[in-house]
Design a protein around this ligand. Sequence first.
Ligand code: SAM
Ligand code: SF4
Length: 328
Amino acid sequence: MLKDKFGRTFPYIRLSITDVCNFKCGYCLPNGYQVDKKDNKKFLHLDEIKRLAKVFSKLGVSKIRLTGGEPTVRKDFFEIIKILKNDANINKVVITTNGYHLDEKAKMLVDSGLNGINISIDSLNRNIFEHVTGHDRLPEILKGIKILQELNFDKIKINAVLLSGINASEKDFNMWGEFIKKNKIDLRYIELMRTGDNLDYFNKYHISSKVFKDYLNKNKWIYQTFGKDAGPSLNYINPDFKGKFGIIAPYSKDFCRTCNRLRITSRGDLRLCLFGNTGINIRHLLQRDDQIKELQDLLFTQMKFKKESHYLELGETGLTKNLSTTGG
Ligand code: SAM
Ligand code: SF4
């Protein structure tokens, strides 16, 4: 089992399989994905992903989240899910997606054996959704969610980035409330994070998640203490609602205490923290099956360098230019 010097264990990997994205979220890729002509390195191939997952599986990893960029733009996306589940024996394979063409993909996603889906929807208001993402695609995403539900797939969560003056008013919170009253779907607001690229956006739109916490307290939502696999979300329940509300507040003091995940970028960099300065490349050890031992040893050594906290509150953004390279 991978363990760091603060006693935290890591059964969970977030694997970015591409940097490419078809949306233009203001806080992430406001001008869309830009091809870097000087960069001729390709994203991890299928066989590299297979070896990677097999090694991590041997080290106790039971859950892999595919992310990006937009993971579903990869042509071999469904093949990757299959390999993780069947060849690498990963128990839980989940994804984070912007929901592009979800209506068309919903059935294939369910058939693939996927164990969970996090969909990013910053607002249930179509115009605001378009304003934030640069795409008028809310209806197809909501239709996709309906199809998932009709297929009895209920491991659905929605992420919304909390943006001052855009989706952080009582009216916005109520709109989500109506939605999760009827739907067994968890809605989590993520506090906007500052990255290397988004300083102006951050200064304009960042608002503390306290505003949402206050709303939840005022409306009698009950804080649920951490479960075993709770992750970084603070969850709130209400018996009148089918879904839960959640808050992901990376700037909060205890955020890193429950960290249980490592990240791998689409080019095979191991990231010990979303905002860490450590970014050792492990791709050269994914080329042959007989490199397993060497890779395991490297991973054990790297764990010693995982820091206790991300130090975001000190304005550190590490290597992260935007979250499309590390997958959020
Ligand atoms: N493209 C997919 C999507 O949007 O769901 C997966 C990758 S995206 C980088 C993963 C998550 O990170 C999304 O929920 C997105 O809203 C969130 N995100 C991106 N940049 C962020 C930022 N600066 N602060 C907080 N969340 C951010
Ligand atoms: Fe694309 Fe996701 Fe970044 Fe939006 S948050 S630009 S959907 S990678």
